[in-house]
Ligand binder design. Structure first.
Ligand code: ADP
Ligand code: MG
Length: 338
């Protein structure tokens, strides 16, 4: 008898699972939806040219962080930072959040306080109100989830969709630094990352305390620079792929244009590039710029130009001499085994 193979998460991966959820949830039974599943946040209409963006992100112990390497304050900070980053990538302003925690019973109270303080400090910095949540016991791993709202004028919102062939591809800052920081904390003294102590400290900080690019997002909106945008949470390569897939375009990424950490690239250029392309957690913004706006974009982001949008659907990574590079690893996808 032929065996029917059960569909596994390992096979369909995170994105396969999201596709199935999209079908199951279907079209909402109420009006007002501007953008549903498939972008960095959902977008709903709340008034004339007024939109609300809505997002949620969850951090799980031993998947997204380890209590061996990260402090509770850092975990709280990051839980909010990743959500703010998604709001920033829509060109919106974060406003209100709720936080849910699943806490193993053995965790000291002052540690849970520190986690809340990490959230509170970053919230204050961005004038976000944390106004609710849920607190439950977890069997053995710490879980933190934040849901965040943001405001935007409907016409200002920047989606993953909207890039046009011929446009320029920009990033807001150096890529791959967080992945290097993670390598340093994980590897400790044995870490493969060499260089000055000061730079190492900076890289660790980039990993532990990501600064969501709200200021940059405001500049991009104010100057109407971007035709599409996404945040770079799981490596540059994957972010370019996701943006291009939604925009139905391809892209050329010029390796030697990717802004990298100076010391890292001097010491081991290949490694620095690998971290930039497929390491995660940079939380910079990736956006596309129409030709007539490139000059302005270069004034605001002098090292931001990394490539161009093309027709078709291929994402090509090209070295200095125009040769195409193939990479094994395009970034992180939950569940995926191959
Ligand atoms: P990001 O990395 O920007 O947070 P994700 O890759 O997590 O985005 O999610 C991609 C899209 O899928 C988003 O629009 C998100 O809201 C949606 N999504 C993720 N998981 C689910 C789910 N279980 N059910 C419905 N939508 C989901
Ligand atoms: Mg995102």
């Amino acid at each position: 008898m032929a065996q029917v193979k059960k569909l596994t998460l390992g096979r369909i991966g995170e994105f396969g699972l999201i596709q199935r959820a999209t079908r199951i949830f279907g079209r909402p039974a109420r009006p007002g939806l501007i953008k549903g599943i498939g972008d960095d946040t959902a977008v709903v209409k709340v008034g004339h040219n007024k939109a609300l963006v809505f997002t949620t992100d969850m951090l799980i112990e031993d998947i997204h962080f380890s209590l061996k390497y990260e402090g509770f304050f850092d975990i709280g900070w990051k839980a909010l930072a990743v959500n703010i980053s998604d709001v920033a990538s829509m060109g919106a302003t974060p406003t209100w959040g709720v936080i849910s925690v699943g806490v193993p019973v053995g965790i000291p109270v002052d540690s849970v306080d520190k986690l809340a303080q990490g959230v509170a400090i970053l919230a204050r910095k961005h004038r976000i109100g944390i106004i609710g949540g849920d607190t439950v016991k977890s069997p053995d791993r710490l879980v933190v989830n934040i849901a965040l709202l943001g405001d935007a004028a409907e016409k200002d919102i920047i989606y993953r969709q909207g890039a046009q062939p011929g446009e320029a591809l920009f990033v807001t800052g150096r890529i791959g630094e967080a992945a290097a920081g993670l390598e340093i904390i994980r590897g400790g003294q044995r870490s493969a990352v060499s260089g000055q102590q000061k730079n190492k400290k900076y890289l660790i900080h980039r990993y532990l305390r990501p600064e969501p690019r709200i200021k940059e997002s405001i500049l991009i909106v104010k100057n109407q620079l971007a035709s599409s945008m996404i945040d770079i949470s799981d490596g540059l390569h994957l972010s370019v792929k996701l943006l291009c897939a939604q925009s139905k375009v391809g892209a050329n990424i010029y390796l030697n244009k990717i802004p990298l950490n100076n010391q890292l690239s001097t010491i081991n250029y290949q490694q620095a590039l690998q971290w930039a392309l497929s390491g995660g957690e940079d939380y910079e913004l990736l956006f596309t710029v129409p030709r007539q706006k490139v000059k302005k974009a270069l004034e605001l982001f002098p090292h931001g130009w990394i490539g161009k949008v093309t027709t078709g659907s291929a994402i090509k990574i090209l070295d200095q001499s125009g040769r195409e590079i193939t990479t094994r690893n395009t970034g992180y996808e939950h569940f995926k085994t191959a």
